[in-house]
Design a binder for this molecule. Structure first.
Ligand code: 13P
Length: 341
């Protein structure tokens, strides 16, 4: 019974035309985002900003789930509904980030290991009671000279698998996120190689920990040229490399891949998703779980002012619509300036 429930939630999260909004920025990250529009990171400003996103009318047409942060899952709208309830009223499934952040890995300079396994079973039970139906854990793999090491990759894969097993035990769909960073001058070929090795290690650990693949989602990075690589791959090259890499290592039993945007511009992230969905023979749903790529235009319009809420919500609705079109491979550049239809 439990497994059936997990599978049905996982499938709903990657329903055709829909994707996930990652709004689970930790305190440090949201402070950075708000600072970029000169808004101080007070609890009320963080709440008000998230309310803009979560109460956007019609968002449920394009957004299947929202990932919340510990503080956010406990907050309410101005009219007193919990955020969980406000999302559910829009047909959106609430989720929760449960890792405690990526910390420097002892003895491995430049590499990180994600913390948060201690007490996780109890925290998951509480989040489930608060209304979460899925969870997220992010591992971070950096590319550089002599890194990533095998030790860093396998330590993170093991933690991801232990997290995923605990989620399924607690009736939450785990989103497994091993993010290989785009920061650096690496070529797309190198990015491919490291992404493949990382995902192989992750799926091996998931198998060892008896995680049900049908009851989880993978949140991978796309395979592109490193941010500072002098030769930037085209949209078509990125789409082909990413799908080729995923096909090698991600079992078809996984219902969907929800890509992170990882520092791409909002338009790039949409273009890449669109091009991937135009490729033939895709064994899984290819969707999005974007943070920055969905929120950048919203922050820009909102600027911390109640008077700008309508414009900010329009920007969010529009961005979500563009990505919804990309889920079908039907996005075109002229939609950037078009009205949602
Ligand atoms: P970005 O799309 O901004 O990479 O955020 C997604 C996310 O949830 C990272 O953990």
């Amino acid at each position: 019974m439990k497994t059936e429930n997990l599978e049905s939630i996982a499938r709903k999260l990657v329903a055709p035309g829909k994707g996930i909004l990652a709004a689970d920025e930790s305190s440090g990250t949201i402070e950075k985002r708000l600072k970029s529009i000169s808004v101080p990171s007070t609890e009320e400003n963080r709440r008000a900003y998230r309310e803009v996103l979560f109460t956007t009318k019609g968002a449920g047409e394009f957004i299947s789930g929202v990932i919340l942060f510990d503080e956010t899952i406990r907050q309410k709208t101005r009219d007193g509904r919990t955020f969980v309830k406000a999302l559910e009223e829009q047909g959106i499934i609430p989720g929760i980030k449960v890792d405690k952040g990526a910390k420097g890995m002892a003895n491995f300079p430049g590499e990180k290991i994600t913390e948060g396994l201690d007490g996780l079973r109890e925290r998951l039970a509480e989040y489930r009671k608060l209304g979460a139906r899925f969870a997220k854990w992010r591992a971070v793999i950096a590319i550089g000279e002599k890194i990533p090491t095998h030790t860093c990759i396998t330590a993170n894969a093991e933690a991801l698998a232990r997290y995923a097993a605990l989620c399924q035990e607690g009736d939450l769909v785990p989103i497994v996120e091993p993010e290989v960073l785009m920061d650096g001058a690496h070529t797309i070929e190198r990015y491919f190689e490291v992404t493949q090795e990382t995902l192989e290690s992750v799926f091996h650990a998931l198998y060892e920990h008896r995680v049900s693949l049908e009851g989880m989602l993978l949140k991978p990075n796309m395979v592109l040229s490193g941010k500072d690589c002098p030769k930037q791959a085209s949209v078509q090259e990125v789409a082909e490399a990413t799908v080729r890499c995923m096909k090698r290592v991600v079992p078809g039993a996984v219902p969907g891949l929800v890509f992170l945007s990882g520092g791409q511009t909002d338009q790039q992230a949409t273009e890449h998703l669109n091009a991937m969905n135009q490729l033939p023979d895709l064994p899984w749903q290819l969707s999005f779980s974007y943070g920055r790529a969905l929120q950048a235009p919203v922050l820009k319009e909102w600027k911390g002012e109640q008077a700008n809420v309508a414009k900010a919500q329009q920007a969010f609705h529009h961005r979500a619509w563009c990505n919804s079109k990309a889920r079908f491979g039907k996005y075109t550049e002229d939609m950037e300036t078009a009205k949602v239809a």
